[in-house]
Design a protein around this ligand. Structure first.
Ligand code: SF4
Ligand code: SF4
Ligand code: SF4
Length: 446
């Protein structure tokens, strides 16, 4: 992609290894559904009116709540630039959850993130609050350290049965030193043991960096397929925001098609290129998924059991009325940002999608469905307004906005909101100390 900016000049960045692959995936662009309610007005134009503003083309499949900025690690690649900052208050989290419920009606997925969310003293209450408000799937992004260091807390966490997104970048010591600043494979394995002991559905999330761990992709999938806690793997090419600003060469970055190609070549046919299909709810270049049914050593990918293409190609194969709408809906539910591996919803969709196949269906179907998800979040180089306007992954803010994740991280929203929350916490501490209210500063003109 080539861009030109009056202030910074010309940019060139690799978004796909070849044009044909990029153009081909556009077939999967499903028309968006707008939310029940927008939270902002159109004023300065995209991406400065988030949101969601009435120009936005998709509702929120997933809402992320960053409950804190603190962390018990100091990764050099941290996109959140975790460190000192704030803990959200309970009333702020409640506003965020209520915004999601109000704007969606039937909200699907909330993800608690941070910083490291497990360090927030009220995280367990927040999980419970989200479940009580009827949000279907509650997920927690974690580096796993607290699960290992505090067994009593881990017990309470697992009793709430959230889904865990566990940071897991590979197996080599050098990988962890470069990505996380310390050698932590043993800790990751120990965290997985805790999650498996409590039957918590877990996704391994691996950040992929050029010349660091792209050779470990197949090993991560093979490990996940055999581990009793793991329902899937998520690969995220590193994106250059937060602490990870330096780009050695934007034309030499890891892309979704490259990850698929490496899995195709590295897994002896367990997963091949044609098993991966772009996700139609967001822009199809944002994300691709492959599913497989796992039964011992047998791992047939779903795309080899039915012709997923025939249903999810929204341009060339669009036939109305649709005689097999149920199958299309089941597949659209699976190829969605809100799909939650290990959940009954996903298991039911798998059964529905394969209903024409002679297939013995176990009681715990959901535990047999394995997902490989590849997400290419945008950074200032890859930033593309067309993709952003169809984003379905939003970050909630305490003032009732839902800001598309890639705008939050690249346009300056993260920095502004962090500053506001830090000032608010500082004011609260001062009020506590002196015993009288302190006025908020008036906004400065300009
Ligand atoms: S990204 Fe969406 S919500 Fe934000 S300004 Fe653009 S259209 Fe509006
Ligand atoms: S990437 Fe995650 S674990 Fe690492 S410093 Fe940032 S918040 Fe902490
Ligand atoms: S968060 Fe970024 S990569 Fe994901 S759907 Fe939104 S725009 Fe696309």
């Amino acid at each position: 992609m080539r861009k030109r900016c009056d202030e910074h000049g010309r940019f060139e960045v690799l978004i796909s290894p070849d044009a044909e692959t990029y153009v081909d995936q556009l077939r999967y662009n499903k028309p968006g559904d707008i939310p029940l309610e927008f939270s902002t007005e159109i004023k300065d134009g995209c991406p400065y009116d988030c949101g969601l503003c009435p120009e936005h083309k998709q509702h929120a499949c997933v809402v992320i709540i960053e409950v804190n900025t603190g962390c018990n690690m100091a990764c050099p690649t941290c996109l959140m630039d975790a460190g000192t900052g704030f803990n959200l208050r309970r009333d702020e989290v409640e506003i965020m959850l209520d915004t999601f419920v109000r704007t969606e009606g039937d909200p699907e997925v909330v993800q608690f993130s941070g910083g490291e969310p497990t360090l927030h003293p009220e995280l367990l209450d927040f999980i419970q609050m989200a479940q009580d408000k009827g949000i279907r799937h509650v997920m927690v992004n974690t580096n796993g350290r607290k699960l290992v260091e505090d067994p009593e807390w881990a017990e309470k966490f697992c009793a709430l049965n959230p889904m865990a997104y566990l940071q897991f970048d590979g197996f080599e010591e050098e990988t962890y030193i470069k990505m996380r600043g310390e050698s932590i494979l043993d800790e990751k394995i120990a965290a997985l043991e805790v999650l498996a002991a409590h039957d918590i559905n877990t996704i391994l999330t691996a950040t992929i960096e050029r010349d660091v761990n792209e050779h470990e992709l197949s090993a991560i999938v093979e490990f996940g397929l055999k581990h009793p806690a793991v329902r899937g793997v998520m690969f995220q090419p590193v994106f250059h925001t937060g602490r990870h600003l330096e780009y050695l060469d934007p034309m030499n970055r890891v892309t979704i098609p490259e990850i698929i190609d490496r899995l195709d070549k590295g897994m002896n046919g367990t997963f091949v290129k044609s098993d991966f299909v772009p996700v139609p709810c967001c822009h199809p270049s944002c994300q691709s998924i492959a599913y497989a049914y796992v039964e011992g050593e047998d791992v047939p990918p779903l795309a080899r059991l039915i012709d997923v293409d025939e249903y999810l190609d929204y341009i060339t194969n669009r036939v109305w009325p649709d005689p097999e709408a149920e199958i299309r809906d089941a597949l659209a539910g699976m190829w969605s940002s809100s799909a939650a591996p290990g959940s009954d919803t996903l298991g039911d969709n798998f059964v529905c999608a394969t209903c024409n196949i002679d297939f013995s269906i176990p009681n715990n179907m959901a535990k047999h469905v394995f997902a490989i998800t590849i997400k290419d979040f945008q950074d200032p180089y890859t930033f593309d307004i067309k993709k952003l306007m169809k984003c379905c992954v939003e970050i909630a803010t305490p003032d009732g906005r839902l800001i598309p994740f890639c705008a939050y991280n690249t346009v300056g929203y993260r920095e502004d909101i962090k500053k506001e929350l830090m000032m608010s916490r500082a004011r609260e501490r001062l009020e506590k100390r002196i015993g009288i209210p302190v006025a908020s500063p008036e906004p400065q003109a300009g």
